[in-house]
Ligand binder design. Structure first.
Ligand code: TYD
Length: 206
C-alpha cells in the first residue's frame, strides 16, 4: 500500500482468457458513474519504456531465456509503478491496473518453474514495496479460458493447456497466502454475474 496516499490501487489478475479486460472496463464505468476519478493502465506496457518492452515480451519471435523474460517484466513494472501508478494514486485517482506483480509469480514462478520466493523479493524491489489495496482474481476453468482465447494468440497465450493450468493453481496459492488482499471471483459465469461479484466487493471497500 502507498503510505499517506490519497487514491486507491486496484489490480486485476487471472490466466489468459479469464475475461478480466471486460470486467475492468465495467468497473471503470461503474466507478465513474459514482463520480470517482479513475485511471486505467496495464502491464506489460503501461509506461513509455514499457510499450517497447511489451512488444518484445508478447511478440518476439525467437527464443527468450526465462530469466531474461522475468527481468523484462520486472523492468516494465519498476518504470510503470514509479512513473504512472504512484503518480496517479497520489493525485487521488482510483488506479485500475490490468495485471501486476501477482502475474509474475503465477507465470514466471509457478508456470515457468521460477523460484517463487526469489520472485516475491524481486517484485518488492521493482514495486518499491507498493502493494495493491485490493486484487480481483478472475478464476476460470482452464479449458473454458483456452476456448475463449480463439485463434489469435500472443507468445504466452500460445503456451498450451498444461501451462495455463499451472498459472491457475499458482494464482489460487497466492489467494490462499494473501486472503485479505486477493478476492477470488468465479469467472465461469456470464459477464453480468461475474460483475455482480466485483461490484459487491467495490461497494464494500470504497
Ligand atoms: P495481454 O495481451 O495484456 O494479455 P491479458 O489480456 O491476458 O492480460 O498480455 C500479457 C501477457 O503477459 C499475458 O499472457 C500474461 C503475461 N505476463 C507475464 O507472463 N508476467 C507478468 O509479470 C505480466 C505482467 C504478464
Amino acid at each position: 500500500m502507498i503510505k499517506d496516499k490519497k487514491g486507491f490501487f486496484i489490480t486485476f489478475e487471472g490466466a489468459d482468457g479469464c475475461g478480466k479486460t471486460t470486467q475492468i472496463n465495467l468497473c471503470k464505468k461503474y466507478l465513474e458513474e459514482k463520480k470517482y476519478e479513475t485511471f486505467l493502465t496495464l502491464e506489460p506496457g503501461g509506461s513509455d519504456i514499457g510499450k517497447s518492452l511489451r512488444q518484445i515480451l508478447l511478440h518476439h519471435e525467437g527464443y527468450i531465456n526465462n530469466t531474461c523474460e522475468l527481468y523484462l517484466y520486472l523492468a516494465d513494472r519498476a518504470q510503470h509503478t514509479d512513473c504512472v501508478i504512484k503518480k496517479n494514486v497520489d493525485e487521488g485517482k482510483i488506479v485500475l491496473c490490468d495485471r501486476y506483480a501477482d502475474s509474475t509469480i503465477a507465470y514466471q514462478g509457478y508456470a515457468r518453474g521460477g523460484d517463487v520466493e526469489q520472485i516475491e523479493y524481486l517484485n518488492k524491489i521493482a514495486t518499491n514495496g507498493i502493494v495493491p489495496d485490493i486484487t480481483f482474481l478472475f478464476d476460470v476453468d482452464s479449458l473454458t479460458a483456452q476456448k475463449r482465447l480463439g485463434e489469435q494468440k500472443d507468445r504466452l497465450e500460445n503456451e498450451g493447456l498444461e501451462f495455463h493450468k499451472k498459472i491457475r493453481l499458482g494464482y489460487l496459492e497466492l489467494a490462499k497466502k494473501y486472503p485479505q488482499r486477493i478476492k477470488v471471483i468465479d469467472a465461469n459465469q456470464p459477464i453480468s454475474d461475474v460483475f455482480e461479484q466485483v461490484k459487491k466487493e467495490l461497494d464494500r471497500i470504497l
